[in-house]
Design a protein around this ligand. Structure first.
Ligand code: ZN
Length: 356
């Protein structure tokens, strides 16, 4: 059973992909384990956390259990999500959304993406023997598109904005072309990204940091972290929820803008480097704002210049990431200046992806 996040209407598991009111759907219940962690297996990727996951089918390419490493130059700890099989944290959600596709009997999945989510969904669909159709911007880099095509997925290039790519994919879903495995809409995807929170807690012996920082576009990891830390607290495995801090790209920063956006001048050029978070109207915006309110979180917008500088700085320290990911560490000084982070705070930053 799934319910609407806005009007509480109830729906069966497989369809529709959103509520008749237009809002995203979520599982009616968050599964919780009825015992303490005890001896913990680290052998089955996201499925080590099966007791928190709403699906029974399993698909894995070895996602999860990414290292949590000290980053003294940033006075933080980094979660190296960039080391995933297809190069980003999206593998967590792809594993669970494709498992859900098997569970509801879908044989063809559709997704729209600027790159990482498309590659992850196509790869996990291939692993599960499902057909995949991935919608990408016509401007997407050839290397990214080729990587998706190598999985055997059908790639549909769409001219225009990132929004037109989503519209084309949704039209195809509405026409019955397949099941929408969306990293923005499908609750199964967020069940998977929540495992990042379970892992962070497990790797810290079931303690939580003061704050976690992640790039913020559709909120796929942002909301996954919030939901995961919430579930851990509800299960009694941890006793607090960290502040969830998000970083957006200047020119594409709806959440940072209503959070007073930091110190971005009105005439600042759009951050075209951080293309993984070029989302002006995230379908789960209401939920993202709620998570910020509930955790005393925040969001800031990061410029292209700061993104580029920070990516070089990360590379010099051995952290090789894509530009979108560099926004997360680039924003740390701003969060500290604004008091969203205090001296001595225990901070985990998600290095989300490595694909160029
Ligand atoms: Zn509704």
């Amino acid at each position: 059973m799934r319910t609407c996040s806005v009007c509480d209407r109830e729906y069966p598991r497989a369809e529709p992909w959103r509520c008749s009111c237009g809002a995203p759907l979520d599982y009616a219940m968050q599964p919780l384990p009825d015992s303490q962690p005890g001896q913990f297996s680290r052998t089955s990727g996201v499925w080590d956390f099966a007791k928190f996951l709403p699906m029974d089918e399993r698909v894995s390419l070895g996602e999860g259990w990414t290292p949590l490493v000290d980053a003294p130059g940033w006075d933080a700890t980094f979660k190296l999500e960039s080391l995933h099989p297809t190069g980003s944290f999206k593998d967590r959600g792809a594993a669970t959304v494709i498992a859900e596709a098997l569970e509801v009997g879908a044989d063809r999945v559709l997704e729209d993406s600027s790159g990482n989510a498309g590659l992850a969904v196509a790869s996990y669909a291939a692993r599960a023997g499902l057909d995949a159709e991935i919608y990408v911007p016509a401007s997407a880099k050839d290397a990214k598109v080729r990587r998706i095509e190598r999985t055997g997925a059908d790639v549909v290039r769409v001219e225009g904005s990132r929004e037109s790519v989503t519209e084309a994919c949704i039209d195809a879903v509405e026409d019955g072309a397949g099941w929408y495995a969306s990293h923005a809409w499908n609750p199964a995807f967020f069940a998977g990204t929540a495992t990042a929170a379970y892992e962070i807690a497990a790797q810290r012996d079931w303690s939580v940091p003061d704050a976690v920082v992640t790039p913020l576009g559709h909120g796929t990891l942002f909301l996954g972290l919030y939901r995961g830390f919430q579930a851990l607290e509800q299960a009694g495995w941890t006793d607090a929820i960290p502040r969830i801090l998000g970083t957006q790209a200047v020119g594409y920063s709806p959440i940072a803008d209503d959070d007073e956006g930091g110190t971005v001048p009105d005439d600042a050029a759009a951050n075209d480097l951080a293309d993984g978070i070029h989302i002006r109207d995230p379908p789960r915006g209401r939920q993202i704002r709620h998570a910020i309110d509930e955790t005393d979180g925040a969001a800031v917008a990061v410029s292209a210049a700061a993104t580029e500088r920070e990516r070089d700085r990360l590379g010099a320290a051995g952290f090789h990431v894509e530009p979108t990911c560099a926004t997360a560490t680039a924003a740390l000084p701003e969060f500290r200046e604004r008091g969203e982070l205090q001296d001595g705070d225990d901070v985990v930053v998600a290095l989300t992806g490595r694909n160029d």
